[in-house]
Design a protein around this ligand. Structure first.
Ligand SMILES: Cc1cc2nc3c(=O)[nH]c(=O)nc-3n(C[C@H](O)[C@H](O)[C@H](O)COP(=O)(O)OP(=O)(O)OC[C@H]3O[C@@H](n4cnc5c(N)ncnc54)[C@H](O)[C@@H]3O)c2cc1C
Length: 400
């Protein structure tokens, strides 16, 4: 091991994955450098959280209800048929709809309070991991560490370096979204009282409707199928929002708070998530279409898996073992595959019509689906999940 080690662990990216990993490792007592190319607070989409992220937030010492809207559950609505089904989150963990710029900054400041050294407006450009140590070069300096964690989100620094990013086809292709400040009406007051995410089905994909504090609403159109060629971005968004009776009802008298934004290049899996002295977490490990709001949860959870494993690696003197993360990664894959299969069924087998809307009649199935939607992905006795995973051969080559 080189004697000129600057930090135990260097982490690229200070989104939820990076700040979670950094905080947990600092809590273990390691010297951690967290490098972020932007400056908090910075805008980020992805506002609807899952209950099972709560235990990780507790470990970080984050009071995540503070300043956020409590989320009652997820409401799937087909306006054409009038069918709807609601999955309430009634377990022991609460969850929230958060404004990500504010919340991510809170996680970032918390990491610093817990002892993490943080650099902002500094971009990691290259990473070289060897049996001896890690060299991390940024646009401003070069550092050496004993370990490297890639938490660069959809920039997927290590995945791109290793050319190990594989797209998952057939899910949503892109999202268009706007933010509004809503006028008060019985419909909007009821929405803010429940805090539910509403998922409205359309013929080209779906619309998310996420209430935030201060009477604000995040609205996104996720497009999966072929759409009218003559409609470009703004017109496409407006066309589908205006065609929705529910959106028309909620947006009556609303002011635009943030104009149209777009995210493309959906859903991929990083085939090389770990190796000698490095591991990837959050979107840098894999990203799924946001229909079930799983991104933040996976970011926090994978960061937790990796931070704990890096700690064990240091304690046991195994940190240079390229297979250090193999056991934890298997656990992660079970969760990721479950969510992927749910999303794949959502688009390709119409699970919502065939099962969600019918699930009232089968309480057990409804409860098991609710568990998955809450992020409870590692239960022993979820028969619905077992069935999903057993049928996975069809798609396993895409996520294995
Ligand atoms: C349209 C859309 C809707 C979504 N909706 C939801 C939702 O409702 N609920 C949900 O849970 N999730 C949602 N997500 C997903 C969620 O936003 C992400 O999964 C989550 O932000 C992942 O966290 P992360 O820390 O891995 O990555 P990020 O939050 O993206 O953080 C990565 C950080 O790395 C920094 N970075 C990148 N490259 C470098 C570099 N070279 N050097 C230094 N820093 C770097 C970036 O600036 C960024 O701050 C949505 C995503 C999309 C695209």
């Amino acid at each position: 091991m080189s004697e000129q080690i600057d930090y135990d662990v260097i982490i690229a990216g200070a989104g939820p994955a990076g700040t979670t990993a950094a905080t947990l490792l600092a809590q273990y007592g390691y010297q951690v450098l967290l490098i972020e190319r932007d400056q908090h607070p910075r805008f980020h989409i992805g506002e609807s959280m899952l209950p099972r992220a709560a235990p990780v937030m507790q470990r970080l010492g984050i009071e995540w209800g503070e300043g956020n809207l409590a989320k009652g559950g997820a409401d799937f609505i087909d306006e054409k048929s009038g069918k709807r089904t609601f999955f309430p989150f009634q377990g022991k963990y609460r969850t929230y709809q958060v404004e990500r710029s504010v919340f991510d900054e809170k996680l970032f400041n918390n990491a610093i309070e817990k002892g993490v050294t943080a650099h902002q407006q500094e971009k990691v450009t290259t990473v070289n991991c060897s049996a001896e140590d890690v060299t991390v070069t940024t646009d401003q300096a070069t550092y050496r560490s004993r370990y490297f964690i890639d938490a660069t989100g959809r920039s997927a620094l290590m995945g791109k370096k290793h050319k190990s990013i594989n797209k998952l086809e057939n899910l949503g292709k892109f999202a268009l979204y706007k933010h509004y400040h809503l006028a008060s009406s019985p419909a909007t007051e009821q929405l803010f009282a429940t805090g539910n995410i509403e998922i409205l089905l359309t013929d080209i994909g779906w619309i998310w409707c996420i209430p935030l504090i201060n009477h604000r609403l995040s609205v996104g159109l996720v497009v999966q199928k072929k759409f009218p060629d003559d409609l470009k971005r703004n017109a496409l968004f407006d066309h589908y929002i205006n065609a929705s009776p529910r959106m028309t009802e909620l947006l009556k008298g609303a002011d635009l708070w943030a104009d149209l934004r777009m995210e493309a290049d959906f859903s991929y899996f990083n085939d090389r998530r770990y190796g000698q002295r490095f591991a990837c977490c959050g979107d840098a490990a894999g990203f799924l279409d946001p229909v079930f709001s799983s991104g933040f949860f996976f970011a926090a959870k994978t960061a937790e898996f990796i931070a704990d494993q890096v700690h064990h690696g240091f304690v046991e003197g195994r940190e240079a073992d390229p297979e250090l993360h193999a056991p934890g990664d298997q656990v992660y894959q079970t969760g990721f595959q479950t969510m992927y299969l749910m999303i794949e069924r959502f688009y390709c087998s119409n699970i919502v019509h065939n099962l969600f809307f019918e699930s009232d009649r089968q309480e057990r199935i409804k409860n098991e689906i609710t568990a998955i939607l809450a992020g409870d992905l590692w239960l022993e006795n979820n028969e619905f999940q077992k069935g999903l995973l057993l049928g996975r051969n069809r798609v396993a080559n895409k996520t294995n």
